[in-house]
Ligand binder design. Structure first.
Ligand code: SF4
Length: 282
């Protein structure tokens, strides 16, 4: 079986820099990571071995130093942690910060903030966390409440950004639906889908076109990895998500001559290589 690697795949600079910072900080003293720095189980194990404590809630931080992940947090959270006297290390990806700034600018222009993304995703919670009044749009059904709002406030102007890892077509599609559904509303959209995500998605489209099946390497909780699987399937190409070669199944490849290989943004290259070796040996 032949294997074709996606032109862009694997760990993005934002996640890689966050891991490097975490490992560097653990050498200097005890450290708590607030939230999931990365979804890959092997990388998580490395961080655990290095002594990093992982917690999901601010109240559970027991070390004098805390690291914020690449997904970012609301300014309010950063301030609260500093007011507690904690040394706050910030691994927020600059492209997430760019999305925060874009939304803040739209709100400063007097627009109602709208984020296209998953309501419970940590990045989206960070994006909306500094605004009392914000709408999150995950799909078309979420537009009903916005329609009601615009009915009550016809002068409402919308300022829209997106979660950085959303598929671009999906975001553009939802913005287009909003423009059609609210033709009299002043809508400003800032495309905040990050370039590494766009590159991966385009590379996956090419791969789905050229291969019989696509394997995406990524942790089961990795949103961007799952999105790559969904995108390949939506293009009519069978696709599977695996965390490592142990999860590959012989039967998937029964009628497969050429398999495409890609990976989510938190997958180390060594694991992609390990999967590649497994595929090439079959
Ligand atoms: S996926 Fe994009 S926004 Fe998120 S950490 Fe990577 S580069 Fe930054």
């Amino acid at each position: 079986m032949q294997v074709r690697l996606a032109e862009h795949f694997g760990m993005c600079f934002g996640v890689r820099d966050a891991i490097d910072l975490a490992l560097d900080l653990t050498e200097r003293g005890s450290l708590t990571i607030l939230g999931d720095l990365v979804h890959n189980p092997d990388v998580v194990a490395t961080l655990d071995e290095a002594g990093a404590v992982r917690v999901q809630r601010q109240d559970d931080i027991r070390t004098p130093a805390v690291l914020l992940t690449a997904h970012g947090v609301a300014d309010r959270v950063r301030l609260e942690l500093r007011q507690r006297g904690l040394a706050v290390h910030d691994a927020t990806c600059p492209l997430v910060t760019r999305a925060h700034r874009a939304l803040a600018r739209l709100v400063a222009e007097g627009r109602h903030p709208v984020v296209v993304g998953q309501p419970h995703h940590v990045e989206v919670r960070g994006l909306v966390g500094d605004f009392d009044d914000c709408t999150i749009v995950q799909d078309e059904m979420d537009l009903d409440s916005l329609a009601q709002r615009i009915g009550d406030e016809p002068d409402l102007r919308l300022g829209i950004v997106a979660q950085t890892t959303q598929p671009l077509e999906r975001v553009q599609g939802l913005v287009e639906i909003m423009r059609r559904r609210f033709p009299d509303t002043d809508i400003q959209f800032v495309d905040t889908v990050c370039q590494p995500t766009k590159d991966r998605q385009q590379a996956l489209r090419d791969l789905a076109d050229q291969t019989d099946l696509v394997i995406v390497v990524g942790g089961p909780d990795s949103n961007n990895s799952r999105k790559l699987v969904e995108l390949a399937r939506s293009l009519g190409c069978p696709a599977y998500l695996v965390a490592s070669s142990k999860e590959l199944r012989d039967e998937w490849f029964a009628n497969c001559d050429l398999v495409g290989l890609t990976a989510g943004t938190s997958t180390p290259n060594e694991i992609v290589e390990e999967v590649r070796r497994w595929l090439e040996s079959h």
